[in-house]
Ligand binder design. Structure first.
Ligand SMILES: Cc1cc2nc3c(=O)[nH]c(=O)nc-3n(C[C@H](O)[C@H](O)[C@H](O)COP(=O)(O)O)c2cc1C
Length: 363
């Protein structure tokens, strides 16, 4: 029976017998330098391109970066890039619009800290877009702004330490956005219940060949592949060693099993201090963007406090499990939008982004 351990030993064997053959010339240090360049500090008076770079550091489903940005002089438009949809895991573009909300919040925080106070509106016309107006004001120190280049989805096992009540309050209060509800669970029994939903949903997903196929298309198996594409899920971010992509693609099919993934998720969730669930008041693109903004503020505050977080979205992605998860949450017919674990733990490598030039479109 192949499992995640098989994946690791296959990759170790690959590395031992054909040292990085097929992995390209970029090593881990080269990867880390590329990731750091993307996250270089902003210039003193950042223009459109610099603000867009910081916006793209936002989390986004499968790291497809499903966005483009337009420069309107006194504002910025953020548009869905529907060519980067993930129709299996996200058939109604829910994650896509949550990701746009995360990017919008990053951009507004970066602009506001640098003398361009920002306001946004969601325009539902066509596919929908976000319109951000930039004003003029004094620059201001902002812990959320400083956290933008340091934030990451940290998929490590955490150390089980509790998060203090003051920190929980800071997370809850910074995440307040009109139209979004946040609940946090820190009781181990509630955490076990959420784990149960995650395992059930994950079991369904891993058993769905279309889900696995879509996921594999976005996995990047070595530093060179990750840096060259500038997108996708770099296996190093989940603690897997580099391997040539042709081996990775075959090993992935064998090693990505429900038992292996469920065991990993169990360790990850049991090591977390708590779980946060974000729910929009309505099920539409406008509210998905709001959820993204709220989550982004939560994620940046967690980063500023030295806390880690990672999405465990399986129970909100699987429609079969989602309805029951809603009932357990006591939110009636509302749709839970995001499920996030948080706590203390080691960081992982940072993820890649595409160049700004690739995500800019005409106004
Ligand atoms: C709407 C949305 C859904 C996501 N779902 C998951 C998920 O289920 N599991 C997971 O490990 N990461 C999930 N992520 C995290 C992304 O994979 C991550 O943001 C992306 O790979 C970029 O990495 P970074 O956040 O470290 O910059 C999700 C992110 C967003 C915005």
């Amino acid at each position: 029976m192949h499992d995640r351990r098989t994946f690791l030993s296959l990759s170790a064997a690959a590395a031992a017998s054909v040292p990085l053959a097929g992995c390209g010339t970029l090593d881990k240090d080269g990867y880390d330098r590329a990731a750091a360049r993307i996250r270089a500090p902003l210039p003193e008076t950042p223009g459109f391109a610099s603000l867009v770079r910081f916006a793209t550091l936002a989390p986004n489903g499968h790291n497809t970066q499903p966005w483009t940005f337009s420069d309107h002089g006194t504002g910025v438009g953020i548009h869905p890039d529907v060519s980067r949809r993930t129709p299996v895991v996200d058939p109604d573009d829910h994650h896509l619009f949550v990701s746009l909300g995360c990017a919008a919040e990053n951009l507004m925080i970066a602009a506001g800290a640098n003398g361009r106070p920002a306001a946004m509106a969601f325009d539902p016309v066509g596919e929908g877009r976000i319109a951000i107006d930039l004003g003029r004001g004094p620059p201001r120190a902002d812990a959320l702004f400083r956290a933008i280049p340091a934030r990451q989805s940290t998929r490590s096992v955490y150390d089980g330490r509790a998060v203090s009540p003051a920190e929980l309050n800071a997370l809850a209060s910074v995440a307040q956005i009109d139209g979004v509800r946040l609940v946090m669970f820190t009781d181990p029994r509630q955490r076990e219940s959420v784990l149960d939903f995650v395992i059930r949903a994950n079991t369904l997903q891993v058993g769905d060949p279309a889900f696995v196929k879509e996921l594999r298309q976005w996995v990047r198996f070595n530093p060179e592949q990750a840096v060259t594409t500038g997108d996708g899920l770099y296996s190093g971010c989940t603690g897997h060693p580099a391997m040539p992509s042709w081996i990775g693609e075959r090993a992935f099919g064998l090693a990505f099993t429900k038992d292996g993934e469920n065991a990993t998720l169990t360790k990850q969730i049991r090591s977390s201090a708590g779980i946060a669930v974000f729910t929009g008041d309505k099920e539409d693109k406008d509210h998905w963007v709001r959820v993204g903004r709220s989550f982004q503020r939560f994620a940046l505050m967690a980063t500023a406090l030295g806390l880690r977080h990672a999405l465990i979205n399986q129970p909100v992605e699987s429609p079969l499990v989602r309805a029951e998860f809603s009932r357990w949450l006591g939110i009636g017919a509302a749709r839970p939008d995001l499920c996030v674990r948080f706590g203390h733990g080691p960081t992982m490598p940072m993820s890649m982004r595409r160049p700004v030039a690739d995500v800019v479109r005409a106004a």
